[in-house]
Design a protein around this ligand. Structure first.
Ligand code: UD1
Ligand code: CA
Length: 463
């Protein structure tokens, strides 16, 4: 993970305190997700590829507690910006904690999640090798609207960044923009950060003013022009969020394919970044594979299926239109089409679940089958059990949930109603159409239905 870049200590500050007004959301911008991962997590994970957790400081403000707890297990540090007075002010909130730190200080914005570690590394190397006061990433956009523009002097040197709101008509025509990614000489930054003023249309402390300030103090700020601007996309609105989400998922699908997963019509699938899939597994079109799902090798996930936070071991086949949440499927399991494994199910090796079967908090033993139209909730079902079509566990009495236990080798006939709490013994039979309300011992036959009556010639007489 964290490799030391050079001998100089490296600190990374991530600005993530803003609300993000243009998102029109009650949720802080950095908490929105792309590729199933919050924006701030994307940026923090990039930072952690460059330096150790104790050298990463996240500036939090809006919904600070949520951001803090989200990032807690990564071990990064935090600084609080109680009032959002601009990016310059946000960085200043780290001053007391960081001003004694020498070396380099990299600033990343929490709303720029596509940034790659290699790009930041190049920026750090540029600043370091030139001994510049700072280096900043820029890029040229066809539609630069909304970004800070790079102002260069006659010699082509970067002398200022002017924000959209403060830009003159001529400056608005500049297509080279500021990506919001900087590497500062830490000593110079802290010496001069106090010079940032609020004399701009927004009345904010703009971190971008540091370019002019450092220039004025005789330092140079080197621009690093990045050709591929796609990784510098900053999210301000939900339109950009959708673009970034698409790019993140494209990267993910691409990586999976390079690692040996077949994805049919990859442009139609939705796979979260945290998902793992083994080689020779086939993912059919329009599937959604989400959260921390792990899928083994030689599996198939049918069209339009949704799998979330689940584990599918090797050789699991999921038919089309199946929904699986927080469940574990052992090797050789077959589910779907049209199955719903709602939550916390465990399907042992070779078990099968078919169309219109719903499982909740249920364990199926090895080789057990429930192939059509059933509801099995809060149940522990042994090995080689047959659950007939239309079988229902009545696990809820209106107040409480109750357990059902079915022993190995039992045969539950079609359309059985099993009123929980219920125990059905090993090797026993339940006759089709039964309502079962009391325990069935091993090897017994339970009938819970009225006897059939046949009235001969009845129809003829009626006519
Ligand atoms: C900023 C840059 C702009 C650049 C663009 C790139 C400034 C003044 N402008 O503009 O030049 O082209 O990013 O995407 O820096 N934040 C705080 N506290 C604050 C304000 C912001 O933590 O008081 C955080 C936000 O949470 C966000 C990041 O800083 O993650 C950027 O803020 P945002 O308001 O989106 O800046 P832009 O207007 O996009
Ligand atoms: Ca922004």
């Amino acid at each position: 993970m964290a490799r030391p870049l050079m001998d100089t200590p490296l600190t990374i500050v991530i600005l993530a305190a803003g609300l993000g007004t243009r998102m029109k959301s009650r949720k802080a911008k950095v908490l929105h997700q792309a590729g199933g991962k919050t924006l701030v997590e994307h940026v923090v994970d990039t930072a952690l590829e460059l330096t150790s957790p104790e050298s990463v400081i996240v500036v939090v403000g809006h919904q600070a507690d949520t951001v803090r707890s989200l990032l807690a297990r990564r071990g990064v540090r935090f600084a609080l910006q109680t009032e959002q007075k601009g990016t310059g002010h946000a960085l200043k909130c780290c001053e007391s904690e960081l001003e004694h730190r020498t070396g380099r200080l990299v600033v990343l914005y929490g709303d720029t999640p596509l940034l790659r570690m290699e790009t930041v590394r190049k920026l750090i190397e540029l600043q370091g090798s030139a001994g510049a006061a700072a280096a900043a990433i820029t890029t040229v956009l066809d539609e630069p609207h909304g970004y800070g523009r790079i102002v260069r002097n006659a010699a082509g040197e970067m002398v200022a960044v002017v924000e959209e709101k403060a830009a003159t008509l001529d400056q608005k025509k500049i297509r080279e923009i500021n990506a919001g990614i900087y590497c500062f000489d830490a000593g110079l930054l802290w010496r001069h950060i106090g010079s940032i003023q609020t004399n701009n249309p927004a009345g904010e402390y703009y971190l971008t003013d540091m370019v002019e300030i450092l220039n004025g103090a005789g330092g140079k700020v080197l621009p690093m022009v990045v050709e591929d601007s796609s990784e510098l996309l900053g999210i301000n609105t939900r339109l950009e969020l959708a673009t970034v989400d698409r790019i993140v998922r494209e990267r993910k699908a691409r990586q999976l394919m390079l690692d040996g997963v077949t994805i049919e019509k990859p442009e139609t699938v939705t796979i979260d970044m945290g998902v793992k899939i083994g080689p020779d597994t086939v993912i059919e079109p329009f599937t959604r594979i989400l959260g921390s799902t792990v899928i083994g090798s030689d599996c198939r996930v049918g069209s339009c299926s949704i799998i979330e936070d689940s584990t599918l071991e090797d050789d699991v086949q999921v038919g089309a239109f199946t929904v699986i949440g927080t469940s574990h499927l052992e090797p050789g399991v077959r589910v779907g089409p049209y199955s719903r494994l709602r939550l916390d199910n465990h399907l042992e090796a070779g078990s099968q679940v078919g169309n219109f079967v719903e499982l909740k908090k249920t364990r199926l033993g090895k080789g057990t089958k429930a192939l059509h139209l059933a509801y099995l909730g809060d149940s522990t079902i042994g090995a080689k059990v047959n659950i007939g079509a239309g079988t229902i566990t009545c696990n809820y009495d209106g107040k409480k949930k109750h357990q059902t236990k079915i022993g190995d080798g039992a045969f539950v006939g079609s359309n059985s109603t099993l009123v929980a709490p219920m125990e059905i013994g090993d090797g026993s039979y339940v006759a089709a159409g039964s309502v079962i309300t009391s325990k069935v011992p091993d090897d017994a036959l339970a009938l819970g239905r009225s006897r059939q009556v046949v009235k001969e010639e009845w129809a003829k007489k009626r006519r």
